[in-house]
Design a protein around this ligand. Structure first.
Ligand code: 7RM
Length: 678
């Protein structure tokens, strides 16, 4: 459990391991079959040439794709108008379209009875299929309900719901009438929900009476009630029924299904400008306040649909199974917008990887005949521990591609995914991207014939993505076999446009560190052959089970406990979660509580202020924290102590009080001993 951070070393990885393809055959991609839009580019005959064009003549590339792949109400006149220094990013201006029309109506015209959504409910074997025709009807009814309640173009609507057709219809209903949705993961606490509602100034919240997960009932509406008490902006709460149980309803609560059934099943879509807001999605950064990342209409939709098509080699008729929750960007881009824009069939997964047993994913793959499965390394690492039988007892012959997202996938998990889950038949695509990037930026592209994939590497940039590595001095690192901070040198249509209500923070965070580049916050290594591997965050963001969490957010929560004088949170390696959070606490004088009680209360406070997944795994009570003479906490020192690399503490000349370190080292060992006993 105390192994070093898994990606700290840059050893050239995995030489000689089986990657993809199993045997290299000499053949090249037939470009006109691969991407018909490329016919517009005279002279581009192979994949490398197309890649080059997407970078060197980015506007030509994106113009052709945007015209061919999206349905426009009126055409755009300017492909892109971006100034990274000012954080000004604009694509397809002059164009007007409606995202819900692109995701539903146009497919209703061609194939109304095609299944759009497969709702894989918590109870296995109880899936519900929703056709495009049906999805349009439900979306229009929700849209009309929102309109009747006074929701107008530009208004923010907070959606706090588990994955379900009504949640997807709510997102698309917002898009239809021009409202801005902000989905909050239904695992966040009332306070975290309230913070997000208030930052967005939402008047409307959509939720469900209860949620069901892993066979247990979750009182979702109760959490909303608590949150709404703290949010004077909220005028109405629409409540859908996930269970038959009654929950208390107040005068601002509206039963959603009852209202919907009174509305018409048609609703005129609003013509939206390309750069009008589509949604806000909050994500953690290096301060205590999450950022409301803003995504807009056309560019986001084009980018998610294109990456969905090519990274997963998604073909008409395939069943796409992304098991991420809709509360995260992966759910937005690869459960909802990408697959639906492509007229695909997408799975909405409501359950957990181990309910009712660790065979759940693979039983579902067999039952729903899933062709592309997209999940998180943390779940793969967990399932690997239960052994191969849970996988092998299910027919997985429908699978064509396996995807990984959210955090680095270690080579053991990659191997198991590839060999056991995929029977060595399916390419594994490790996809690197962020809430900020809107869609996948670096990943293998198996749609490209015989493209090489090396285990646990994210490999190559997608079309139009120009990754660069920077050194400490802000100089671009040329050449290969090198590591640095990962930036992207050119704008692309899917990137976030601003932080809601805080454009200055947007510029400072992403565009100031390396002028004229988008800074990702991640470090990366570029191999001899030019392939990428992500080495982890460079800022105070940790990644617990694929979910981002700011160490400042954790500190902010624990500091609210009356016994805490100060605290420092860091991430440490964890076998299953990837990273766990480790919090050091200094108590106020005269506290007479047992350490056990303090720990339990602190865990409770983090769960109450943020979410269960944020609860620290380790809490160590110390007399003082290592600080510089100017009073800054030296988190780097704490990290090295926890990694047990005492010989790598580095430059300690600025350290104020050296005895602090011995004390913390001793306390850390003591804690491990106790843990081992327990
Ligand atoms: C999609 C998503 C983004 C952060 C990112 C990285 C880490 C994501 C990978 C990865 C290594 C990957 N959005 N990350 N994917 N690290 N390999 N394939 O997760 O906004 O929630 O998180 O996640 O640090 O910056 S996110």
């Amino acid at each position: 459990m105390w192994r070093v951070r898994p990606l700290a070393s840059l050893r050239p990885l995995l030489a000689g391991r089986p990657g993809w393809p199993p045997a290299r055959a000499a053949s090249s991609t037939n470009i006109s079959a691969f991407m018909p839009e490329a016919a517009a580019f005279a002279g581009v005959r192979d994949y490398p040439a197309l890649k080059q064009l997407s970078l060197r003549q980015a506007e030509r590339f994106w113009e052709a794709l945007a015209r061919a792949r999206l349905s426009w109400i009126s055409p755009f006149h300017t492909v892109s108008d971006c100034d990274l220094a000012r954080g000004s990013i604009r694509w397809f201006e002059g164009g007007r379209l409606n995202v819900s029309v692109n995701c539903i109506d146009r497919h209703v015209h061609t194939s109304p009875d095609k299944v759009a959504l497969i709702w894989e409910r918590d109870e296995p074997g109880a899936e519900v299929k929703i056709t495009y025709r049906h999805l349009l009807e439900v979306t229009c009814r929700v849209a009309n309900t929102l309109k009747r309640q006074g929701v107008r173009k530009g208004d923010r609507v907070t959606i706090y719901m588990p994955a379900s057709p009504i949640a997807v219809a709510s997102m698309l209903a917002c898009a239809r009438i021009g409202a801005v949705h902000t989905v909050v993961f239904a695992g966040f606490s009332a306070e975290a929900l309230a913070d997000r509602i208030q930052d967005a100034q939402s008047e409307t919240v959509i939720t469900t009476n209860q949620a069901v997960r892993g066979g247990r009932i979750i009182e979702l509406k109760k959490t909303v009630d608590q949150a709404v008490k703290m949010c004077p902006s909220v005028k109405r709460v629409l409540v859908a029924k996930r269970t038959e149980n009654e929950v208390p309803m107040s005068n601002i609560d509206i039963p959603l299904e009852e209202e919907m059934m009174r509305e018409e099943a048609v609703c005129d879509p609003v013509a939206m400008e390309s750069e009008d807001l589509l949604f806000l999605l909050y994500t953690s950064g290096s301060t205590g306040k999450p950022k409301g990342m803003v995504h807009t209409q056309a560019g986001y939709l084009l980018y998610t649909s294109l990456t969905h098509r090519y990274v997963f080699d998604y073909r008409d008729g395939d069943v796409f199974g992304c098991v991420a929750d809709i509360g995260w960007i992966t759910g937005h881009s690869y459960v909802v917008y990408g697959p639906l824009c492509n007229g695909g069939t997408t799975v909405l997964f409501e359950s957990t990887p181990v309910y009712p047993n660790p065979g759940r994913y693979w039983e579902m793959v067999e039952r729903l005949k899933i062709n592309q499965f997209y999940g998180a390394p943390t779940a793969i690492r967990l399932l690997l521990k239960y052994g191969d039988e849970w996988v092998k007892s299910h027919d997985r012959s429908s699978l064509k591609i396996l995807g990984s997202v959210g955090e680095p996938i270690n080579s053991e998990a990659w191997d198991w995914y590839y060999r056991v889950v995929g029977d060595g038949r399916c390419p594994v695509v490790d996809t690197w991207w962020q809430t900020e990037t809107g869609g996948i930026c670096i990943a293998p592209c198996p749609a490209e014939r015989d493209a090489e994939i090396i285990p646990a590497m994210v490999m190559r940039p997608f079309f139009g993505i120009d990754p660069v590595l920077m050194d400490d001095q802000g100089r671009r690192l040329m050449g290969n076999n090198t590591a640095g901070s990962l930036c992207i040198a050119q704008p692309w249509p899917g990137m976030a446009r601003t932080i809601y209500n805080d454009h200055d923070r947007f510029i400072t965070t992403y565009f100031k560190p390396y002028p004229n580049h988008f800074f990702t916050g991640d470090g990366a290594y570029r191999s001899e052959k030019g392939y990428y591997r992500i080495t982890g965050r460079l800022d105070d963001v940790i990644n617990v089970s694929g979910h981002r969490l700011g160490t400042a957010e954790i500190e902010g929560a624990v500091n609210q406990h009356r016994v805490v004088a100060e605290s420092a949170a860091i991430g440490c390696a964890h076998e299953i979660k990837g990273e766990a959070s480790y919090v050091f606490i200094v108590l106020k004088d005269g506290v007479d509580m047992t350490e056990h009680v303090i720990r339990e209360e602190l865990k409770g406070i983090v769960s109450q202020k943020i979410a269960k997944y944020a609860v620290p795994d380790y809490i160590q009570i110390v007399k003082r924290l290592p600080k510089t003479r100017s009073g800054k906490i030296m988190r780097r020192v704490l990290r090295k102590i926890v990694e047990r690399k005492l010989d790598e503490l580095g430059d300690l000349t600025t350290l104020d009080d050296h005895t602090a370190i011995q004390e913390i080292v001793a306390g850390h060992k003591e804690m491990l001993k106790k843990e081992a006993k327990e």
